[in-house]
Each structure stands twice: as structure tokens, then as C-alpha cells.
Design a protein. Structure first.
Length: 190
């Protein structure tokens, strides 16, 4: 979803097939880590494009439908759940641009929340720690090795753990908004 037209088309197709949209889960992201010195700029551009622009394009395309659903839909509330990361709270050496993108997700989410909360659109940010996904496999081999050492003995969260949190957030009564959830594996220190 790195193109605004793609995001708009996906939202419009969803609305056409389902008759409306009352929940958006913004979950696209890449995590390309490594030192800033001599970093491949294409990695930074990719993270900005997917983690920031993609999220913004999907949010922009979905907002009119979410506002309509909150006003006229059967739930009388709508939800946008933006997936960030613990990296949106804790900056670490070697992950500066990833941190930048995830801090941005949190900042955008809070600003948008303030803007639309009076219209019963709930904006939430979920900040997972280490999750067993393919995310780290996108890194260069030397970076994957470092990630493996850092989290080697940690029992990582599963995708279902994050799905459970999302389900909890979007099924609260209309008067309840869960704005942020930081979720880590029990053994994860940072």
C-alpha cells in the first residue's frame, strides 16, 4: 500500500463487497535495521514508504467510511487500529529509522484520535514487542544474525496473541476506547 491509489482502491473494493467499513487494521510494515553510518538509503526509503506513507494512505482512504459507520452503522462506533512496535517507544542503536517510523505511527494515531474521538471513531495503537513473523528475515544477513542473538532465547509472541489484543480493542462498548496497548513477550527486557 505504498501508493495512495492502491490504498483507496483496496478500501473501495472492501466497501463494495461488504457494504461498508467500520474497522481498519493498519498492519503493513517493514523493519530494516542496522547502523545509520553507511546504511543503504533504499532501506530507509522502503521503511518510510511502507511504515509511514502506507499507513497514512490507508487511514485517509478509510476515514470517510469510518466516520459514516460511526454515525449510521449498527455499532454506532468505528475503529482504526494502527500497528506500531515497542520501537515506537524505545529507541535503540542500529534501529533509528525504524524507530522514527514507529514513533510517527504513535504520534499520528494520538493526533487523529483527538480529531475524531468526538465523532465516535476510536483510534488505537498496538505496540508489539518480539513476534514470531518473517519481519526480521527482510534484513541483511549480518543484521539477522544480531537480531537472532538479541532474541534467541526469548519465547516470542505469536500472531494470534496480537489478533487477540485487536479483537479486545474493537469489541469494547461504544463508550470505551482502548487507545494504546504495549504487548511484549514475558521474557523481553527492552
Amino acid at each position: 500500500m505504498t501508493d495512495s491509489g492502491q490504498a483507496r482502491a483496496a478500501v473501495e473494493q472492501t466497501v463494495a463487497e461488504l457494504g461498508g467499513l467500520d474497522t481498519l487494521i493498519n498492519n503493513a510494515g517493514v523493519m530494516l535495521l542496522g547502523p545509520a553510518v553507511d546504511a543503504p538509503l533504499e532501506e530507509w526509503q522502503r521503511m518510510l514508504s511502507v511504515n509511514v506513507a502506507g499507513l497514512l494512505y490507508c487511514a485517509h482512504a478509510a476515514l470517510p467510511h469510518l466516520l459514516k459507520a460511526a454515525e449510521h452503522g449498527s455499532r454506532r462506533v468505528a475503529d482504526m487500529v494502527n500497528i506500531s512496535s515497542v520501537a515506537g517507544r524505545v529507541a535503540r542503536s542500529g534501529s533509528g529509522v525504524y524507530n522514527l517510523t514507529k514513533h510517527g505511527v504513535g504520534a499520528f494515531s494520538e493526533s487523529l484520535r483527538q480529531e475524531v474521538t468526538g465523532r465516535h471513531v476510536r483510534v488505537s495503537v498496538i505496540e508489539p514487542g518480539a513476534v514470531a513473523t518473517e519481519l526480521s528475515s527482510h534484513n541483511r544477513p549480518e543484521i539477522r544474525e544480531l537480531i537472532g542473538k538479541r532474541f534467541g532465547d526469548v519465547e516470542r509472541l505469536e500472531a494470534g496473541d496480537i489478533a487477540d489484543v485487536i479483537a479486545y480493542v474493537v469489541t469494547r462498548p461504544r463508550h470505551v476506547a482502548v487507545n494504546e496497548v504495549l504487548i511484549r513477550p514475558t521474557e523481553q527486557e527492552g
